[in-house]
Every structure is written in structure tokens, then in C-alpha cells.
Write a protein that binds this ligand. Structure first.
Ligand code: PBG
Length: 334
């Protein structure tokens, strides 16, 4: 039970809000650059930058253009870069086999980043949607249902290819059953005992992913289809705890809740129940909303950016994947 304050006027809560020094003194939560993970979109080519219209300020970058971004992350204290590939349409197949290619875009970019910017943590997405011709995160049966166990086998190979390229953290975002255990077994079998797994444990079938699907080019492949047979129902909360429990039992080191701001209640429940490193993903649609309102002059960009990120910390998150990472870290340094 929280301490019951004495009645007014002995208690005047405004005393502790009266001036900046007092507010600074009693503030319970703070954001630091170390809390931020920057998601980036990478494509083939040289000196190639393509803006993503639905995500103002975000571009698809070729490796040479990504290196300076990685260097700025180190300078600012951002610990981790999360890589999302934009795969050439000619390489997309129904089974997404390009995901397992040890010489594919992601393994090459991982190896180059670990060579050029070794102190920066690199996280890779484990999921098939950038690689499938239908834009789903798994292999389909003849009725269009995603086949769990066959998909999990491919994911294990994908994670292994990433680990061999030197990635620090693999982050399965596919929501297949049993994939954390299968990936952990693959990593152990080939002696990648230090590869960390950040599980997208409570990932909801959300409409807030729209701009991301534009960015990786899976929106057109997916068409009107949805991901409701594997991503979670937005009406559920207890189920998130079961998913987190399973992923931890299967070998996850860190767990994630996604999307972020509409699901802060889930972040709080997960943190209180499990007390493990817990992350939230402020997804593309959340970013797009704030950018759009700021561009119209309806919201103060920097103020809402920092407030939204601090809210994750207050809810119990240890860190946040956010497209604002660079802008926020630059502001924190000032
Ligand atoms: C795909 C994946 C998605 C995101 C991260 N990994 C989209 C989806 O599940 O359709 C969304 C991230 C964002 O919206 O910023 N496995």
C-alpha cells in the first residue's frame, strides 16, 4: 500500500513541483541514450538513399550510407542498431528461402558493420516477411494458413546465418509457436553461445505497422491479407503473459512488447510479472502519427517525442526501439 499523505494543507503536492531543481530532484524516471535502439532499413547498392514517404525523416540506405549512421549511434551512446532489409522483389519466393542465404543482404551488412563499427550492438530481425512473395511471416498451406513447424525450421536457419555473420542479438518477430526454443537449439548446436535473443513475445496484429510495410516493401505483397492467425489479438492481455513465459522458458534473454504506446499496460504487466529485461517497440505508425501532427503544427515535435519515450521507461521498459533514437539522443546530449 502506498504511503497515505496527510490531508491538505499539511500536504501540498505542488511544493515538489514549484521549481525546476525540485522537479529534477524528485523525478522517478529518466530517459538516456542507452535506452534507445535505432531501427534502420537497408537495401542493396551504393550511395543509395530512398525516403520512405509515410515515415518522414526515415530512409532506406545502402551499406555505405549506413556506416556513418552507425558511427553516430556510437558517438551518441545508442547501444544497438536494428537492421531491417529491403529485399529485391526478384528474390522473393513463397517460402522466403533467401532469408537463409549466408551471403544475403543481412549477413553481409552485419559482417561489414561489425568490422567497421565493432562497438555498436547489432540486432537482426528473424522473420520471413521481407523475403516472401506473399508478405506473410511464414510458409503457407494451400488454403493460405501459415504452417508453423516448417516456418520454424526456416527461422532457425535464418537465425544461424545471422549468428555466423556475427550478429549480437537476434530478434524473432514472426510469432510462430516454439521458435525461440528452435533458434536457441540451433545457436547452441553451432556454438553461438553468446548470441542474445530478444523475443518479440507480445506482438499484436496491429494496424500501426502500415508505414513499416511500406518501408520494407511487403505492403504490396501482403495486399488485403492480415496476420491475425499468428500475431496477438489486441483485446488480450493475460495471453501476453503466457507468451512471455513461453519465450523465457525456451531461452529468450530479453522480451519485447509491440506496438508501444497503445500497449503500455502490457509493458507494465510483463515487467511486474517477470522482472526480466523488457523492451517496447514504438512502431512505424506511432512515429508517423507524431511526425504528421508535428508537421502540421498541431504538436510540439521535440516535446511529444521525449514525453512518449519517457512514458515507456515509466511503464517499466528497460529500452525502446524507436525511429526517433537519433533525434532523441541528440537532444539528450544538449
Ligand atoms: C515483420 C515486422 C514488422 C515490424 C517489425 N518486424 C511488421 C509486421 O509484423 O507486419 C513492424 C515495425 C514497425 O511498424 O515499425 N516481422
Amino acid at each position: 500500500m502506498p504511503h497515505q499523505p496527510a490531508p491538505f494543507p499539511a500536504s501540498r503536492p505542488r511544493r515538489l513541483r514549484r521549481d525546476a531543481f525540485t522537479r529534477n530532484l524528485v523525478r522517478e524516471h529518466a530517459l538516456s541514450a542507452h535506452d534507445l535502439i535505432l531501427p534502420v532499413f537497408v537495401h542493396e547498392g551504393r550511395d543509395k538513399i530512398e525516403a520512405v514517404p509515410s515515415m518522414p525523416g526515415v530512409s532506406r540506405l545502402s551499406l555505405d550510407r549506413l556506416i556513418p549512421v552507425a558511427e553516430e549511434c556510437v558517438e551518441l551512446g545508442i547501444p544497438v542498431l536494428a537492421l531491417f532489409p529491403v529485399i529485391d522483389p526478384s528474390l522473393k519466393t513463397p517460402d522466403g528461402r533467401e532469408a537463409m542465404n549466408p551471403d544475403g543482404l543481412v549477413p553481409r551488412v552485419v559482417a561489414a558493420l561489425k568490422e567497421k563499427v565493432p562497438s555498436l550492438g547489432i540486432l537482426t530481425d528473424v522473420a520471413l516477411d521481407p523475403y516472401t512473395s506473399h508478405g506473410q511471416d511464414g510458409v503457407l498451406d494451400e488454403r493460405g494458413y501459415i504452417i508453423n513447424d516448417r516456418t520454424v525450421e526456416i527461422l532457425g536457419q535464418q537465425a544461424l546465418a545471422q549468428a555466423r555473420a556475427g550478429v549480437d542479438i537476434v530478434a524473432p518477430s514472426d510469432m510462430m509457436d516454439g521458435r525461440i526454443g528452435a533458434i536457441r537449439a540451433q545457436l547452441e548446436a553451432y556454438d553461438h553461445i553468446h548470441t542474445r535473443i530478444m523475443a518479440y513475445s507480445a506482438k499484436y496484429a496491429s494496424a500501426f505497422y502500415g508505414p513499416f510495410r511500406d518501408a520494407v516493401g511487403s505492403a504490396a505483397n501482403l495486399g488485403k491479407a492480415d496476420k491475425k492467425t499468428y500475431q496477438m489479438d489486441p483485446g488480450n492481455s493475460d495471453e501476453a503473459l503466457r507468451e512471455v513465459g513461453l519465450d523465457l522458458a525456451e531461452g529468450a534473454d530479453m522480451v519485447m512488447v509491440k506496438p508501444g504506446m497503445p500497449y503500455l499496460d502490457i509493458v507494465r504487466r510483463v515487467k511486474e510479472e517477470f522482472r526480466v529485461p523488457t523492451f517496447a517497440y514504438q512502431v512505424s505508425g506511432e512515429y508517423a502519427m507524431l511526425k504528421a501532427a508535428a508537421a502540421n503544427g498541431w504538436l510540439d515535435h521535440d516535446a511529444v517525442m521525449m514525453e512518449s519515450l519517457l512514458a515507456f521507461k515509466r511503464a517499466g521498459a528497460d529500452g525502446v526501439l524507436t525511429y526517433f533514437a537519433l533525434e532523441a539522443a541528440r537532444l539528450l546530449r544538449r
